[in-house]
Design a protein. Structure first.
Length: 74
């Protein structure tokens, strides 16, 4: 496992400590969870962009129109 040192303003670190305490976990575990969430978001965005680049724009817009109509009860 890799180790990393980060510099944070004291206030930010204290708020992270309070949040970790509330969640009953260490600051290290909290940072690990936040990083995991951000990486999952990044991976989803990357997959979406790859699929969008290879997709049919006209068909995509038709599907969005269909979803919009369904959401409005049409």
């Amino acid at each position: 496992m890799a180790e990393m040192t980060i510099r944070l303003p004291d206030d930010t670190y204290n708020r992270l400590k309070a949040l970790a305490r509330r969640k009953k976990m260490s600051v290290n575990k909290l940072i690990e969870e936040v990083c995991t969430q951000m990486l999952a978001e990044f991976d989803s965005d990357t997959r979406f962009r790859a699929l969008a680049a290879s997709g049919d724009v006209k068909r995509g817009l038709e599907l969005l129109d269909k979803l919009d109509a369904a959401a409005q009860g049409k």
